[in-house]
Write a protein that binds this ligand. Structure first.
Ligand SMILES: *Cc1c(COP(=O)(O)O)cnc(C)c1O
Length: 497
């Protein structure tokens, strides 16, 4: 197996190269040349294995240039109870009969990004070693809040790497901001941008694909890579938990081997739900993939009409990690759905860059509808859902997860579909304590976010993650705010070149 670019099917690189590079030089994203298939028996057999063994199995299918020893090194270092507060790495909670919350937030930064970003540094350093490169890897990250912290934790003090994170100044929660600005480590930098997430993401992409800057780095023995979900090394680890969850549900006799499941994902950059789609293509029995958006519902409209149009108001919502109008990973999906038509992708994404809009063919639209359902809800509905789930089932979920629950309940009511369903629970409610408390109509008067955490602890009884409690005494190391036009200068001056 090798990796091609969505904007040039002739590109042919190893997985190590795709991971080390992050994005193809033509601006396209790397995709596997074929989707490996696994049998139902193989999936079911994973039910008796540990998470890291399941991970090794999935990686062996995609990272065919990695040796077994290299894969074991990566998975054993990442997926351990040293890094996760759950022996199982992920937890499954049954909300009500046949509806399961897949908790992906038991890692060090309390959001699902840890599932990939705890392992990405190992994948990346192994990749550069395999490529015999002695270049320093400079990781640039644009974050809507959760990726930034997860990437910082993953890469802090990792030899041969330096990491810089950009976040929208008014676009993250207090806890997210505190997590990032207090980051420790000698190879890290954090900077906030006057602008929204799309501004940060566009700024990072522009720096990545600027040949002059690339030359400047090369002359200094450095190269860029990405820790955003445009990097294949972010996507591949996310496929694992869908395969793993299916195996666990069979093992726990919640479903029978071969039963289909729906998967509901609160979506922003389309990375997490795309991973579920890859799991389906590999052979995990999936009925519908349900894409849930907040008020920034560009994906809902796209899946329902075939028209992608980012020319619309941008809303800062209580689920900030989904406040995105340009969903990068859609490009991978469309590459597959067009039968790997790179010319078509260049045209559509050229239109997106120029006019902020593209429309897919009827054929692609029909294929989209075959696999995907889309829905959205606003902040008020998100809050009502948090309250309803808490009152009815005693389960406290965060604002992002609540969007998924709401969209799923709407879907279920409308269709009567009784297929067992897995809802991706993407963050600990403690990361968004103020919004969750307000949804529960509890006291939100507090002098700081830690008082809110205590308040939410009383209400939810969920153990407070140690990593959040520890932030309290930490000093702020990064408080720079820059205009989005200054990102390039910031990067070069931080690198000292
Ligand atoms: C990043 C994030 C999302 C969106 O995931 P995508 O892969 O970008 O679609 C949803 N919820 C939370 C809590 C997140 O951090």
């Amino acid at each position: 197996m090798y990796y091609k670019s969505t904007r040039n099917s002739e590109v042919n690189v190893s997985s190590a190269q795709a991971i080390a590079q992050g994005i193809s030089k033509d601006g396209g994203l790397f995709v596997p040349s074929e989707i490996p298939s696994v049998t139902l028996d193989e999936i079911v057999a994973l039910g008796d294995k540990s998470y890291s063994e399941r991970a090794a199995f999935v990686f062996s299918k995609f990272l065919t240039d990695f040796s077994d020893v290299e894969i074991r090194y990566c998975v054993d270092n990442a997926y351990t109870s040293k890094n996760f507060d759950s022996e199982n790495i992920t937890e499954i909670a049954e909300l009500f009969s046949g509806t399961f919350m897949l908790e992906l937030w038991h890692g060090p930064t309390c959001a699902f990004k840890d599932m990939a970003l705890q392992i990405l540094p190992y994948l990346l350093t192994t990749s550069t070693k395999k490529l015999n490169s002695d270049k320093k890897t400079v990781i640039l990250v644009a974050t809507s809040g959760d990726t930034g912290k997860a990437a910082l934790e993953g890469f802090k003090d990792v030899e041969g790497t330096q990491i810089m994170v950009f976040y929208p100044n008014d676009g993250v929660s207090q806890m997210q901001k505190r997590q990032m600005t207090t980051q420790e480590g000698n190879n890290v930098a954090v900077c906030s941008i006057e602008g929204n997430f799309d501004d940060a993401q566009n700024g990072v992409k522009a720096i990545f694909t600027n040949p002059e800057i690339a030359k400047q780095l090369e002359d200094n023995g450095m190269q860029f890579s990405s820790a955003n979900s445009i990097n294949w090394g972010r996507l591949a680890p996310q496929i694992i938990y869908y395969v793993s969850t299916y195996a666990q549900l069979v093992k726990q006799e919640k479903i029978k081997a071969g039963d289909k499941i729906n998967v509901v994902v609160p979506t922003g950059n389309f990375g997490n739900i795309l991973a579920a789609y890859y799991a389906k293509l590999m052979g995990v029995p999936v009925n519908k993939l349900i894409c849930a958006s907040n008020q920034n519902n560009v994906l809902t409209d796209f899946i329902n009409t075939g028209v992608y149009d980012r020319n619309r108001d941008f809303y800062a919502t209580i689920s900030p990690s989904m406040d995105i109008l340009i969903s990068s990973n859609l490009e991978r999906l469309l590459y597959h759905l067009t039968g790997e038509n790179d010319a078509q992708i260049r045209e559509w994404f050229g239109n997106l860059a120029q006019n902020g809009r593209y429309e897919v063919s009827d054929d692609v639209k029909a294929k989209l509808e075959e696999s995907f359902i889309a829905g959205c809800c606003d902040d008020e509905q998100t809050k009502q859902t948090i309250k309803k789930i808490y009152d009815k089932y005693g389960y406290t979920c965060d604002t992002h997860t609540a969007v998924a629950v709401k969209v799923y309940l709407d879907y279920k009511e409308k269709t009567g579909d009784t297929t067992p369903t897995v809802i991706a629970s993407t963050a600990s409610p403690y990361k968004f304590s103020a919004s969750v408390l307000s949804a529960l109509e509890l006291n939100t008067d507090a002098s700081d976010e830690y008082e809110l955490v205590d308040e939410l602890h009383t209400a939810s009884n969920i153990p407070v993650p140690q990593s959040l409690a520890e932030l309290k005494g930490k000093e702020v190391r990064f408080n720079k705010i820059i205009d989005k036009s200054q990102m390039k200068e910031y990067v070069l001056s931080t690198l000292g070149i």
